[in-house]
Ligand binder design. Structure first.
Ligand code: CP
Length: 310
């Protein structure tokens, strides 16, 4: 069954560093394979004997845990390198860390780092495949892939849709990966937020830009709320949390503006009461926990494609 699923896939990548590098066919191959894996009860440990290192230099609940679950479901040995408990705290460089990882023999390195480009740097130093688990404000490719699977499951298609990305676009690697994905898949994306949190030239990625959430909501099939990244904020980008919530938060009142069938997404972790009200996060329209569940399948699919088809 697995070999039949893999036979249909198109994939040429040695690493997964960004959605920017993928073709439409490659994105759809990951989504289709993940959907196929959902129907399989047991993947049968096809990657037994291989080793995956989770190297997360920024905190994570969903991505790190789901890479671990996905890897174990495929029979991989999983190792964790936590920077806080590693020799990075003694001043070891990223280069020496990468060379050390390489000497230990790792088939897959999953890298999250606050510096944009860190996974690309590691990919240049090791023989194994590098999977970008989020680099600075650049990309978070597996998030956009699991978002695409969730949208297709919820709405029955993944093209010709109107999608709003709402909030802190400036600091969001999730926004950038989704913008690349939906430009390739044929969806129309509108980015919405305070002008100070929308990067200049975002329209070069094919996005429409708005600062008026109330006007945009009734047109959308998908509303993806983004986390206010308080840890990456410079002072003064918006007046106050309360005012941000009033103008750009998905409140109970704003939900009434949504079209029938429109879905609410959030990559997590959520700031309830800031970008999203509890009533919206927990509503029947919310597919936020489906996104988390699909993360395991997408990461299994990517690992299989990197191993079998690159
Ligand atoms: N969506 C996401 O990347 O969540 P974590 O930071 O918990 O991994």
């Amino acid at each position: 069954m697995l070999s039949a699923l893999l036979k249909k896939c198109r994939w040429t990548q040695k690493h997964l560093l960004g959605i920017r590098d993928l073709s439409r066919e490659e994105i759809l191959s990951v989504v289709d394979l993940a959907a196929g894996l959902k129907k399989e009860k047991d993947a049968g440990a096809p990657l037994k004997g291989r080793r995956l290192l989770n190297f997360f230099a920024e905190s994570s609940t969903r991505t790190k845990t789901s890479f671990g679950i996905a890897a174990r479901a495929l029979g991989l040995e999983v190792l964790d390198l936590s920077p806080a408990a590693s020799s990075l705290t003694k001043g070891e460089s990223l280069k020496d860390t990468a060379l050390t990882i390489e000497s230990m023999g790792v088939d897959f390195a999953v890298v999250r780092h606050s510096a944009s480009g860190a996974p690309h740097f590691v990919a240049g130093k090791i023989q194994g495949s590098v999977l970008n688990a989020g680099d600075g404000t650049n990309e978070h490719p597996t998030q956009a892939l699991l978002d695409s699977l969730t949208i297709r499951e919820s709405l029955g298609k993944i093209n010709g849709l109107r999608i709003a990305l709402v909030g802190d676009i400036l600091h969001s690697r999730v926004a950038r990966s989704n913008l690349w994905a939906h430009a390739k898949l044929g969806n129309e994306v509108t980015v919405v937020g305070p002008p100070t949190l929308i990067p200049r030239h975002i329209d070069a990625l094919g996005a429409r830009v708005s600062t008026d959430l109330d006007a945009v909501l009734p047109e959308m099939d998908v509303v993806m709320m983004l986390r206010m990244q308080l840890e990456r904020q410079q002072a003064g980008l918006f007046p106050s949390i309360m005012e941000y919530h009033r103008f750009w938060g998905l409140t109970r009142e704003r939900m009434a503006r949504l079209r029938p069938g429109a879905i609410i997404m959030h990559p997590g972790p959520m700031n309830r009461g800031v970008e999203i009200a509890a009533e919206a996060a927990d509503s029947a329209r919310s597919v936020i926990l489906d996104q988390v569940a699909n993360g395991v399948l997408i990461r299994m699919a990517v690992l299989l494609l990197l191993d079998r088809c690159s």
